[in-house]
Design a protein. Structure first.
Length: 356
């Protein structure tokens, strides 16, 4: 049997399973999926789990079942490209014939002393649970610092102010305006929403050091009862340690067929892949669709497509609590209740109409 090993049960590898199961797996192919937890997690909703507005159960989707699909639960610590082996934290070894690396990303701390030790995270379900416990156990009038005002930081801060209006939230951002990747109109809308909800935006901040219950902005100490870091991501450590070509963000440079150059049977999907868009669930799924086409061709001994049309994203949606939102759909900025309803609808469709 040929063993297709999928590392990580995230959006990319879930889409690969959706396309191959139940009837498109060749008779001679077995699939092994490796993940830390026994369910797919809706990572785009970790901010709400951390804020305490949804339960753990809301963001778990069962993995599919199939006679030629095996699950291994554990943490990947190393990928040996030469011997075609994946090593787990319990020292067990999984041999692969084809490998799809979808291990996702981790926080990037930009060498800020103390940032990793003294801040909370929403990058994994474990860390989001710990953040939830910390934030929701804070006494009234506590100060929460959220470092980074991209999509994750904005969604977390807005959800938290609705969940715990008794807290003082400070949102720190390096730029002159938050959500700098969006048009100014959207930034202004979100800033006004924060202003009306009592969230303090600290612009042009530069976090130089973090200590327990204290961060330093331009070396000036600011007391915080909890600090959540949402100021950048980087590929998983296992991918960072691979001796292959990477781009400026540390993501793996791939061929047009999404495999690592020189390793025709090793693909990278999602946050660890060097692609012309910022990492997102939508991007990972679109890339996975193309990887499945390549796998199916190669399994038949045929040439895969020499190139694919550029991946086009439908847009980006962000929430401001449970009733308001913002987004870019077909490059058009939208604000208010409509983007929030759209986001809820997309999530519902994903959970209940994903074909499993």
């Amino acid at each position: 049997m040929r063993n297709l090993v999928l590392l990580g049960g995230g959006y990319g590898n879930m889409r690969i399973l959706l396309r191959l199961l139940p009837n498109n797996v060749p008779e001679n192919v077995h699939i092994t999926l490796v993940d830390r937890v026994p369910y797919h997690c809706l990572k785009t909703e970790y901010y709400a789990l951390a804020a305490g507005t949804i339960s753990d159960h809301h963001i778990r989707v069962p993995f599919p079942e199939h006679p030629r699909l095996t699950y291994v639960f554990g943490e990947v610590v190393k990928i040996d490209l030469e011997s075609k082996n994946v090593i787990l934290n319990d020292e067990s070894i999984i041999h692969y014939d084809d490998l799809v690396i979808g291990l996702g990303c981790e926080d990037k701390y930009h060498n800020v002393p103390g940032a990793e030790e003294f801040t909370y995270s929403i990058q994994s379900i474990d860390k989001s649970r710990a953040t939830y416990q910390k934030l929701n156990n804070l006494p009234p009038d506590s100060v929460v610092g959220v470092v980074g005002a991209g999509l994750s930081g904005v969604e977390l801060a807005s959800e938290l102010v609705e969940s715990r209006p008794d807290l003082h939230i400070k949102l720190f951002d390096r730029g002159q305006r938050i959500l700098s990747m969006f048009p100014e109109r959207l930034s202004s809308y979100v800033e006004n929403w924060f202003h009306s909800h009592g969230v303090e935006i600290v612009r042009q901040s530069n976090i130089t050091k973090v200590e327990e219950n204290r961060l330093y902005n331009h070396d000036e100490p600011i007391h915080c009862d909890a600090i959540v870091w949402t100021a950048g991501i980087q590929p998983n450590k296992v991918v960072r340690e691979l001796n292959v070509e990477k781009d400026g963000q540390g993501r793996v440079v791939l061929t047009k067929q999404h495999n690592i150059p020189g390793y025709e049977n090793v693909y990278v999907v999602g946050d660890c892949a060097s692609l012309p868009h910022a990492p997102s669930a939508q991007l990972a799924e679109a890339q996975a669709e193309q990887i499945v086409q390549v796998l199916e061709k190669r399994w038949k001994g045929e040439e895969p497509p020499s190139e694919f049309p550029p991946i086009k994203l439908k847009g980006i949606l962000g929430s401001l609590g449970k009733k308001h939102g913002f987004g870019l759909v077909a490059d058009r900025p939208i604000t208010g209740r409509v983007p929030r309803l759209l986001k809820s609808g997309v999530l519902w469709m994903y959970k209940y109409h994903n074909g499993y």
